[in-house]
Structures are given as C-alpha cells and as structure tokens.
Write a protein that binds this ligand. Structure first.
Ligand code: HXC
Length: 283
C-alpha cells in the first residue's frame, strides 16, 4: 500500500520522537519519504535517535525543547520552517503518565502531566497552525491520545483528563481549521509496549499476565501496526479524513460489553456445551 514516496514533500515534526512510539513513527515517516524532525527534553536520547533517522534520510533533524515552553516551541517551529521551506505535519506524541491514587496526587503531579499532554499539544498545534495559515499552506496534525479518553481510567487521573482535553482539541481544531486545509485527527493506541511507558505502567510479570489474559486478542500491538496507521493518516491517502479518532487496540476497549466476561470464564468448547444446554428444547 505504501511506497518510499508516500510522504514525499512532507516535513513532519514528531514531539517526544527520541524514543518509544514517537521514534517508531518518525522512522516510518522517513522511510516513506518525509523529512522528519524530532523533539524532546533529553539531548543524548535525541542524538542517538537522529543517527538512526539520518541513515534513512539525511535531512532529518532534532531540537531540544520542552513542549511546556510556549516560546521555545515557537522558536523551534520557526527554525524548522526555515530548514524545510514549510513544516506541514505535526504529531503530538510527547506525553507523561504514572500510576497514583487520585487522593494522593500532589497538585504539582497533576500539573506536570496536564502541562506536557494538554498544554504541550496546544503550544505545538497553535504555533504549527499559525505558520500554515500565514503561508496559506495545507497541513496535518495527528494527536496521540488513549482509549481511556472516552471512558476515563482509574489510577491515571491526570493523563485521562489531559488526553480527554486533547481529544476535544482534535475535534475543535478539525472543524475550525478545515477552512485552511489543516486536517486534525487522533490515534488512540491500546497496549504497545515501550520501555518508557511499561516501566511506569507494568510493574511486574504478574501484571502483564493478568493484562494479557483479559485482552481479547491476548497480545500486544506490534510497533509497525501503529506506524502503518500513522503513515496513512499523515499521507494524502486520507485527505478527506479529519476530526477522526482511530482506536488501534485489538478490541481492548470493548471489554465493557456486559457479557464479554463470559469469554474469560471457561474454555470455548465448554462454553459452547453450556449454551447448547440452555437452548429451549423443541416439543
Ligand atoms: C506520584 C509523581 C510520580 C509518581 C512524579 N510525580 N512521578 N507523583 N507518583 N509516580 C510528581 C512529583 O512528585 C512532582 O510533584 C511532580 O509529579 C512533577 O515531577 P517531576 O519529576 O519534577 O516532573 P518532570 O520532570 O516534569 O516529569 C514529568 C513526569 C515524568 C510526567 C512526572 O514521569 C515524565 O517526564 N514522564 C515522561 C515519560 C512518560 O511518562 N512516558 C509514559 C507515557 S505513556 P511534587 O508535588 O513532588 O513537586 C502514556 C500513555 C499510556 O502516556 C497508555 C498505555 C496503554
């Protein structure tokens, strides 16, 4: 479906692109012909990531920036515009998250996550949108949210609140900026293990075992499965797609279905026999 030209002519900034899923997407974009810039707080990590990216496309670049810093984000976007002529893609991927009982959260703990996720996405999106509007150029924003933006989730209150805000921002800007040909979409990934997220969210093999038992496909997502979706959503193949949030979680979010628990109760064959026994007998 994709070729090395699928993203030709695109210059894409991936926030938090120095590691994890950000780097996975950045590499996929570069392989499909895009100029890719990554940003993050840790220069050493960015340098290492850039080495990998430049093997694919020497035009790739990095910027050390904290997305919470509005002015610094503005300067970075200006520099990237100078470098690439126009920056026409933005992936708001930078995030922060940790488990905590909500009653124990410090105000600063709540603020740290909300600042990175919600304010960071605003800072990048507004600077990105402004320069496109001034230049009268089309562009695409892709926000990485979570499946719990729509349901909330215990023990990750700041992330749930912030991602729900980003979800609202996606729909709001999609409508408001459609007139400028700026598309705004979101991806809600389910479990795609990365070192950063998993050390915060999967503290032991026992956690993982229970987690995967409950998952309808009993497996994690593969990085390339997420990358393929992101490439499609950043490409001109999806030009009519805006204001959409695509879940990619192997059906995990559907566990709320009232009788879904039945699937976990006993082996399939035993269940079948049970349902058979419950059938009304024909007279
Ligand atoms: C309680 C915590 C905490 C924890 C930090 N804090 N970790 N509180 N439990 N585990 C509190 C601190 O005590 C402090 O409050 C406040 O948060 C700020 O902490 P700092 O370390 O000073 O902040 P900062 O360096 O800005 O770090 C931000 C961070 C950190 C979010 C706290 O974890 C981070 O940088 N994370 C980035 C990477 C990341 O989280 N990746 C996972 C994303 S996964 P006080 O009151 O003491 O000052 C994701 C999707 C999940 O988002 C979906 C999976 C299925």
């Amino acid at each position: 479906m994709f070729t090395s030209d699928t993203l030709k002519g695109k210059s894409i900034l991936v926030t938090g692109g120095g590691s994890g899923l950000g780097l996975v997407m950045a590499k996929a974009f570069a392989e499909k012909g895009a100029n890719v810039a990554i940003c993050g707080r840790t220069e050493e990590r960015l340098q290492k990531a850039l080495e990998e990216l430049q093997k694919i496309n020497p035009e790739c670049a990095y910027h050390v920036v904290d997305v919470r810093d509005y002015d610094a984000v503005g300067e970075m976007i200006e520099r990237l515009n100078e470098r690439y002529g126009v920056l026409n893609g933005l992936v708001n991927n930078a995030a922060g998250n940790f488990y905590a009982f909500s009653e124990d959260l410090s105000p600063n703990g709540f603020k740290a996550v909300v600042d990175i996720v919600l304010h960071g996405t605003f800072n990048c999106s507004q600077h990105f949108g402004k320069q496109l509007i001034t230049k009268k150029k089309p562009g695409t924003i892709l926000n990485i949210v979570t499946t719990y933006t729509q349901t909330g989730s215990a023990f990750v209150l700041p992330s749930a609140c912030a991602k729900a805000g980003v979800y609202a921002m996606t729909n709001t800007l999609a409508y408001e900026w459609a007139t400028y040909n700026i598309r705004v979409n979101a991806i809600a990934p389910g479990p795609f293990p990365t070192e950063g997220a998993w050390k915060r969210l999967m503290p032991s093999p026992e956690f993982e075992k229970i987690y995967l038992q409950r998952h309808p496909l009993h497996r994690y997502g593969k990085p390339e499965e997420l990358a393929n979706l992101a490439v499609f959503m950043m490409s001109d193949m999806s030009e009519y797609l805006t204001g959409e949030c695509v879940n990619i979680d192997g059906g995990e979010r559907l566990q709320a279905g009232q009788f879904n628990f039945v699937a976990q109760m006993m082996p399939r064959e035993q269940l079948k026999a049970l349902f058979e026994k419950m059938k009304p007998r024909k007279k």
